[in-house]
Write a protein that binds this ligand. Structure first.
Ligand code: 5GP
Length: 188
């Protein structure tokens, strides 16, 4: 039977997220003035973050998306990175900003950095809304970081738990509910 979860604690409200996203957009605008960066959203989790960030950045950015295999329906990483959707843009000579919902072990982005470097990107910057620094397994240069969080599983603002909760306007931790007791046995 599938595990059940419920919201435990709101870590960042809608207002806190909007204000931090504005600050990140200002940093990106300052750093990329006079260029046309390609902002790459990592699906599905970054779709809301990128949509909000995109409308606050004041440079003529372009947009593309990539998708990787996810954790499945649970909350633990498999450590396996598989490309499900690739870019549709030639990135040779382009300045890329990789927009990620959360960096956990860092395995996904470190794989991606190697891959995109090999394809000839002029520069690669990471923009992550959440940084779960304590869970990191590889070193990663995160240039634009929204918030650092402890090693808890979070949902909302694009982040899911078994495809639920992505459309919450805030970010919250979830807790696993105790399994339902087994049905009474009527016959031995
Ligand atoms: P990493 O390769 O850094 O371990 O994993 C990054 C990806 O794992 C994120 O893009 C996200 O899809 C998923 N992930 C890691 N931690 C969490 C979490 O706390 N909540 C949710 N919903 N997804 C997470």
């Amino acid at each position: 039977m599938a595990d059940k979860y419920e919201i435990q604690e709101i870590l960042f409200t809608e207002e806190q997220i909007a204000s931090r996203v504005g600050e990140l957009a200002d940093m990106i605008t300052g750093d990329f003035e006079g260029t046309a960066p390609l902002m790459v959203g990592i699906l599905k989790g970054a779709f809301i973050f990128l949509a909000d960030l995109a409308r606050r950045v004041r440079v003529p950015a372009e947009f593309d998306f990539m998708a990787f295999s996810s954790y499945g329906s649970g909350t633990k990483t498999s450590g396996v990175v598989r490309v499900l959707k690739d870019l549709s843009t030639d990135i040779a000579g382009r300045h890329l900003i990789l927009v990620e919902d959360i960096v956990d072990s860092g395995l996904t982005l470190s794989y991606l950095l190697r891959d995109l470097k090999a394809r000839g990107a002029a520069s690669l910057s990471i923009c992550a809304l959440l940084n779960k620094e304590v869970a990191r397994q590889v070193d990663l240069p995160i240039r634009y970081e929204g918030f650092t969080i402890p090693d808890v599983f979070v949902v909302g603002y694009g982040l899911d738990c078994a495809e639920q909760y992505r459309n919450l306007p805030y970010i919250a931790s979830v807790k696993k509910l105790a399994g339902e007791p087994p049905a009474p046995r009527l016959f031995p």
